[in-house]
Each structure stands twice: as structure tokens, then as C-alpha cells.
Design a protein around this ligand. Sequence first.
Ligand code: MN
Length: 276
Amino acid sequence: MRILITNDDGIAAPGLRTLVAAAREMGEVKVFAPDRERSACAHGMTMREPLRVSEALGLGVEAWAVSGLPADCVNMGRELGWPDGCDLVLSGINAGPNLGFDTTYSGTVAGAMEGCAYEMTSIALSLASLTPEIPLDWDACGAWLAAHLPALATVRLPRRTFLNVNVPALPADRVRGMKVAPLAERIYEERIERRDDPWGNPYFWQGGAVPMEHPQPGTDVDVVRQGFASVTPLSLDWTAHGELSALAAKLGIAPPSLLDARPELQTGPGGPPPQR
Ligand code: MN
């Protein structure tokens, strides 16, 4: 299996090293990762600056640091690393959760999104500590991944669909299993924090916290809180399909043609060849 790995925490991140170790058991791995941390860059891409690559040593596989974002890295990896095609794109392992609406900010998720856009089986992986006090145990996460990544990477999904996986920050033998779960609603409180510099001028940090006490039952946040790894199928198709006809009716225009709106061709290793 030909595997392309990226992340948004940068080429030096411990989660990248952990993911490489797990993925090497499954096939040939090439890494194209940002040359510095790029968390919360979402699906951005670099268009007004050149992209430069430099070889990164020490990961035990072919690895390149890219002066760009995760989506850039996937495209560089497709072009330079796997010009004849790639079977699997893995993005992560992110240092922290990518749950609920946070997936829309996530560069980790965007790396998998870009792979999915080009018809490759793609998985975003995050190590989810829901409170800052819990340390990230990469060895435990690596052990969990070694046992479960092969199944996740070979599951057959519809076209334009990829997986978002959050592993709870627990010892591997205390992770209670996997649960398929929809995204939670995660809305931040106190998003902007004002501080003053030594000269009395205000400046601002964007951060905030998400109330975690009462997650919606069955959502990704809820199952991770219960000690399960959450597995969420995400679609590149952001269309609110249920609203198509209703919106046309509200606008007084003809209803949309729904033919071919949801192609069901399966992709993935062992599946039919992808159509481009
Ligand atoms: Mn990150």
C-alpha cells in the first residue's frame, strides 16, 4: 500500500512520528508535512507564494518539510512523492481533539479532505485530550493505532467521503473501543480575550473554551468523553440535500434536478478503481 502522511502540527511533531511508525506496518510511507505548526489553518492553500521543500531526516522514511499548509502538502506529495498514485492519505496524529464543528477549522481534517478530493482513501487522526491536565501519551495512541488502523484504512466508503478519528488520551487498554458518531455542536464561549501590553495598549487572544459538561448524547464529543475512539464519516459534499427542494419552493423557482446528486461508487483498497 502506498501511503502519504501529512499533519498540521508540523514535521517535528511527535504525533507525526507516531503515525509514521504505525503506518509503516501497512505499506510504503512518504511524509510531506508543514515545516512549522499550522494548526487551525483549515483547508487553506498557498497561492501567492512559492512552495519550497526540504528533506527531513530522522523519521525513518522519505520525508519532506513543505513551506505550506496541509492541503499544499498533500498536493506536493501527490506530485513529487507518489506521481503514479497513492492508496491512502493519513493526516495527524493531531495533538488535541478535532471534534464537532472544530473540524471546520482543522488543518488535520483538511489534509484528509484534500486526499479525499483526489479519490484517495483518507483519514484524519487526532489524540483527544478533553482537559489540558491530561498528558498526551503518544506511545499509547501508537499502540491503539497499530491495532485499529488497518481496519480503518480498508473500510469501503462512498465517493467524496473520508474518516475523522479521535482517539481518547487514555492508556491503550483503557480505550473502550470505537464508536461511529456524528459531529457534535461545539460553540466556544469567551472566544476573544483582551489583555493589555506593558504600555497600556490592548491586544487580543482568540481561544476560548467549549462547555463540555453536557455533550449531545451519541456525538463524537460524547463518545470520546466516555472513553471510546470516535469515527465520523465526513463528506466533501457540503450541500444540505434536504433543503434543495424546499429552498427552490421558497424562492418560487423550479426544483433542482437530483439525478446524480449522490453518487454511490465505492472507493478504497480492493474497491472498484476510482473515476476521475
Ligand atoms: Mn494541530
